[in-house]
Write a protein that binds this ligand. Structure first.
Ligand SMILES: NC(=O)c1ccc[n+]([C@@H]2O[C@H](COP(=O)([O-])OP(=O)(O)OC[C@H]3O[C@@H](n4cnc5c(N)ncnc54)[C@H](O)[C@@H]3O)[C@@H](O)[C@H]2O)c1
Length: 306
């Protein structure tokens, strides 16, 4: 069976996802879709120009929704990032735009007969993931938001810098909304093979300060270049690869949790069928309360978006 992936929305993020996939031969077939015909055709040509110097071949199809029918994974990176370029903006300034984009894109995905996994990057990602699930009618376990996979990576960068280790030597999760109500669940974080809470107490490290730093990571990048791309694209492609290879990897992604009745980030096992099992963390009372607050916020915003 060939590995067929589609990217819808070929802006900064979608084109970075596409390049990462093509440069590493992660897919045999790649469908690229964008309402901006000139941009998506230019990107397709540019990617084809990369191929003679790459060790892999990828078949590229442009702006053909019917090609999604037998795709394994569709990635949504539709949006309008310029809307976030204003003082005090948060990810919700994009909601009216992305909500309308989903209303345009989701019926076309559905009409194609697509029955694979939908990976959602578009912001505000937890609300948009819910909308996609509702409008495509795909099973909940097949619609997954990148969620705090990126924020957990930012947390690992901050902790790794503090302890002077590789960020891959830090484990643990940021939970809840990919947005302001998220938080680092310090009870889950380990570094130097110790709980970070123990090390922080011994070394006088201010964990709330590290939490703030990791939360601000996205804004630091955005401030400098007016978009973010490499961190999120790498997270999204990791998720795509986990699905394609049926890896059953535990990832903090936005998935539907019955007890909160909403999509939010909480670690789950991801494989070829999408979310194949949901993890259960031993969170502290304070963390449970933060997660509930984050869930309430996402749910309120989702209900307002309908
Ligand atoms: N979840 C995360 O962690 C995360 C991180 C970074 C960015 N994002 C989000 O990803 C999205 C994309 O970011 P970006 O910087 O690439 O934005 P961008 O504005 O550069 O690109 C968005 C692309 O979507 C296309 N598009 C819009 N509506 C469409 C439609 N109905 N059909 C087809 N194509 C459509 C546009 O033509 C454009 O090329 C944004 O919503 C952004 O906020 C999410």
């Amino acid at each position: 069976m060939s590995r067929k992936v589609a990217v819808i929305g070929m802006g900064h993020v979608g084109s970075t996802v596409a390049h990462y996939i093509v440069a590493n031969g992660f897919a045999d077939d790649l469908v690229l879709i964008d309402s901006n015909e000139d941009k998506v055709n230019a990107d397709a040509l540019d990617l084809k120009d990369a191929m003679p110097n790459l060790p892999y071949h990828t078949n590229i199809v442009v702006n053909d929704y019917s090609a999604l029918k037998d795709a394994e994974v569709v990635v949504s990176a539709v949006g309008n990032i310029k809307l976030q370029d204003q003082p005090q903006a948060d990810r919700f300034v994009e909601l009216p735009f992305t909500r309308d984009a989903v209303k345009d894109v989701a019926p076309k995905i559905k009409a194609s007969g697509f029955s694979g996994k939908l990976v959602v990057i578009s912001n505000p990602v937890d609300v948009i993931t819910s909308l996609y699930q509702k409008l495509t009618g795909l099973p909940k376990n097949q619609v997954i938001g990148t969620g705090t996979l990126l924020d957990s990576a930012r947390m690992k960068r901050v902790v790794a810098d503090k302890f002077n280790v590789d960020p891959r030597s830090v484990s643990g999760y940021n939970l809840g909304e990919h947005g302001n109500s998220q938080f680092t669940a310090w009870s889950t974080v380990r570094v130097l093979d110790q709980p970070i809470t123990k090390l922080a107490a011994e070394r006088n490290i201010d964990l709330p300060e590290l939490d703030k730093e990791s939360k601000l990571g996205g804004w630091y990048v955005f401030k400098g270049k007016k978009y973010t791309s490499y961190g999120v694209a790498t997270a999204a492609v990791r998720l795509v690869n986990v699905i394609l290879s049926d890896a059953r990897t535990e990832l903090p992604v936005s998935n539907f949790r019955e007890e909160y009745d909403v999509y939010l980030s909480y670690p789950a096992i991801v494989g070829r069928q999408g979310i194949v099992e949901q993890s259960q963390l031993d969170l502290t009372e304070e963390e449970l309360q933060k997660l509930q607050n984050s869930a309430n916020f996402i749910k309120q915003k989702y209900n307002e978006s309908l």
